[in-house]
Design a binder for this molecule. Structure first.
Ligand code: F3S
Length: 106
């Protein structure tokens, strides 16, 4: 499966959503996740993300491992998003920032 990581938090550009062939993305207030049971590992979304937030699970940076569980958990709670929407306000200011996990809204 593919995994959305911390870089998406407070950016949520949603370019990834438009290219997904299986609607595996689920959106929350300031983040979005991939449902591991729906993702077919096509990897098309990886290059679309301006924040470089999406990784194949086997390529996850070691400090992002907790996002495997976060994607699995929140995809069960949040609604499917199947069309791109506007990025969050200040998305460009938050792009590339680290330490955003504590800002994740559930
Ligand atoms: Fe997030 Fe990147 Fe998609 S910032 S919403 S994973 S395009």
């Amino acid at each position: 499966t593919h995994v959305v990581t911390e870089a998406c938090i407070k950016c949520r550009y949603t370019d990834c959503v438009d290219v997904c062939p299986v609607d595996c993305f689920h959106a929350g207030p300031n983040f979005l996740v991939i449902d591991p049971d729906e993702c077919i590992d096509c990897a098309v979304c990886v290059a679309e993300c301006p924040a470089e937030a999406i990784y194949a699970e086997e390529d996850l940076p070691s400090d992002q491992m907790q996002f495997i569980e976060i994607n699995a958990e929140l995809s069960q709670q949040w609604e499917v998003i199947s069309r791109k929407v506007d990025a969050l306000p200040d998305a460009d200011d938050w792009k590339g920032k680290t330490g955003k996990l504590e800002l994740l809204e559930r």
